[in-house]
Design a protein around this ligand. Structure first.
Ligand SMILES: C[S@@+](CC[C@H](N)C(=O)[O-])C[C@H]1O[C@@H](n2cnc3c(N)ncnc32)[C@H](O)[C@@H]1O
Length: 220
C-alpha cells in the first residue's frame, strides 16, 4: 500500500500581497556588497537561499549559474508555520525568470561534502547561524571554492574584539529547553548581533574582509 506523502510543490500565489512584505533576509546595503563580490563569477553556491533574496541578488549581478541549497525549513516567526513545500515553491517561482541559470537543491548544507573540490567561483553561507553550524559550513564549503575564488557569508555584525566576551559566550552556547530539547540562539543583544557567525568566521580566518554585514575571504 502506498503512503501518502506531502507533494514537493504546492501552488503559492506570488502576487499575494501578504508575501510581498520584506521576506528577503538580505538588506539592500548587504545586497550591494554581495552583488559586487559576485559580479563576473561563473558558478556560485548560495547556501541558505530561503526564498531567493541572495540568489536573485547574484543573478541580477550577472552570475552564470547559481546553485541554491536550502533545507526549506523556514525561519522562526516569518511566514511560519508552513509546510516545507511552501518555501520550495516560493523559491522556485521567484527564481523562475532565471530558470536556465539556477539549480535548487532541497538539502542540508552538509551536502557540500559531496561537491567536487575547487569547483565554485564563490560560495555564500547564510544557513543556520548557530556557532557550531557556521563552523561546520565553513569547513565543508571552503574546499569547494576555487583558488582565487571567494568564500563569503552574511550577518557578520561586529568584529570579535568589539564584542562583550560574556555575551559572546552566552549566545554561542546551546541551552536546554523546558521539554529537555537542545536549543540555541541565532543572535543576541545589542541589535540582534550574530555571535555564532562572528566567532566561527574569526576562528577560521582571523580578520576577514567585511562590508556592511557581509564577510569574505579570497582563497589563495
Ligand atoms: C537567513 S535564511 C537565508 C536568507 C537568504 N540568503 C536571503 O538572502 O534571503 C536561512 C535559511 O537557511 C535554511 N537553513 C537553516 N539551516 C539549514 C541547514 N542546516 N541546511 C540548509 N539550509 C538550512 C533555512 O531554511 C532558511 O531558509
Amino acid at each position: 500500500m502506498r503512503t501518502a506523502i506531502e507533494p514537493l510543490v504546492v501552488h503559492v500565489d506570488i502576487d499575494d500581497p501578504s508575501l510581498n512584505t520584506d521576506i528577503d533576509q538580505i538588506t539592500p546595503a548587504d545586497a550591494e556588497v554581495l552583488a559586487r563580490l559576485a559580479t563576473g563569477r561563473e558558478l556560485v553556491f548560495d547556501v541558505g537561499s530561503y526564498v531567493g533574496g541572495s540568489a536573485l541578488t547574484m543573478l541580477e549581478a550577472g552570475v552564470d549559474h547559481v546553485i541554491c541549497i536550502d533545507a526549506c525549513i523556514g525561519l522562526p516567526n516569518i511566514l511560519t508555520p508552513r509546510p516545507r513545500s511552501f518555501f520550495t515553491d516560493l523559491l522556485v517561482r521567484r527564481l523562475e525568470k532565471y530558470k536556465d541559470q539556477v539549480s535548487i537543491w532541497v538539502a542540508l548544507s552538509s551536502i557540500g561534502v559531496v561537491v567536487r573540490s575547487e569547483m565554485a567561483d564563490l560560495v555564500f553561507i547564510d544557513a543556520d547561524h548557530h556557532y557550531e553550524s557556521v563552523k561546520e559550513d565553513i569547513e565543508t564549503w571552503y574546499p569547494v571554492v576555487k583558488k582565487g575564488g571567494i568564500l563569503c557569508g552574511h550577518d557578520f555584525d561586529a568584529y570579535l574584539e568589539d564584542c562583550d566576551p560574556a555575551l559572546m559566550e552566552k549566545y554561542t552556547k546551546t541551552f536546554p529547553t523546558e521539554d529537555g530539547a537542545t536549543a540555541y540562539y541565532d543572535y543576541g543583544p545589542p541589535n540582534n548581533r550574530h555571535y555564532g557567525v562572528i566567532k566561527a568566521v574569526t576562528e577560521a580566518f582571523g580578520r576577514p574582509s567585511v562590508d556592511e554585514t557581509i564577510w569574505w575571504v579570497e582563497k589563495p
